[in-house]
Design a protein around this ligand. Sequence first.
Ligand code: GLY
Length: 427
Amino acid sequence: MIKNKINILIIGQGGREHALAFKIAQSNKVNKIYCAPGNAGIAEIAECVAINANNIEALSDFAIQKNIKLTVVGSEEPLSFGIVNAFEKKGLKIFGPSKKAAQIEASKSYAKKIMAKANIPTPKSKTFTDIDKASKYIEKQKFPIVIKADGLAAGKGVIICDAIRKALNAAENMLIKNQFGESGKKILVEEYIEGNEASFIAFCDGTNILSLPASKDHKPVFDNNKGPNTGGMGAYSPVPYINEALHKKIAQTIMLPAIRTMKKSGAAYKGFLYAGLIINDDQIKVLEFNCRMGDPEAQALLIRLKSDIVPIMQACIQEKLPEFTLDIHKKASVCVIMASSGYPNKPVEKGAQITGLDKITPSEDLFIFHSGTKNKNKNIATNGGRVLGITALGNNIKNASEKAYKTIENIRWKKAFYRKDIGKNLA
Ligand code: GLY
């Protein structure tokens, strides 16, 4: 191993983890990057190992064996299962919240309690485990209304219901028909609020935060926000309706109070904290907190981040975040997700050969992040719903969007589709 350089393990297999690997690979603090389990794009930067992201025992054994000095967890599941506690118990350094702190995403009712204690504005809601009580309450509400599974549901547990029948069905599917298993055994019935959504993500060290620029996700599967919600079909950064003053306000009145309240209640928060916001002028409410970076927000954000991410992650673990600032590219970014037909609700065909990637030269302004891909017979093939994140920097969002869409023209596979409106009609 080269002196003072460390081995890093990234856990996960999506576009977010590819973006983390891409950013970590730029650090001069890194000897070797491993990723478990990774994908075909990550394999170009890191050594991928076939260990499932939730196999905490095998991952910690691997980290010891490979002398890993920093593990970075991409997704919410291993965090909510307690991967950070398990690694720390074995003396391993790991970036992410503890099991208790990850409840901010893994239990929506827990998040509401933290927000109430911290005076953070959030839509009104009520929690139910009983279908009769939930139904009686739903019958008295104005529509639309939102039904949410309390636990993790891979981005599918939030149903916006424009009529009473849909709301009653959603509640019944979760509470009675086990739609989301244990995650839907408790539900929230929440008021629906119109407004502009944004994602706000910060590094946290338990006491302090270092905020990334705001970004905007596009959850519905089709153009003009039609169709069911996905994990995200595209993202851009910055967000035109979040100016510097509003950015500061979000940091001061939402992110800091959240982590300070969590610390006081014995759940010190370290890692990425992600607030999903709804904004009306300068009125901001928190729709949800997530215990990790967003995907595809990570792709749009990390291509803009100029600072070395490795010492910042280490500072979060060591509670030394105030020693750091972030250097952010002035250019705007756009990430357009290419997915396989059927996503998000139907099984997608896997193994289709992707062509055209060899015609694209990655540059400082353009990168293709992989999600569901794998190597197959010396080619790259599809391996999931979301497949690629075409991510570009431009002088403004429109320019970055044009670059991303021009690049997409070269990429093909059977049954590929993407939204055509990410970052369109913006300055
Ligand atoms: N893009 C939304 C999420 O990562 O939760």
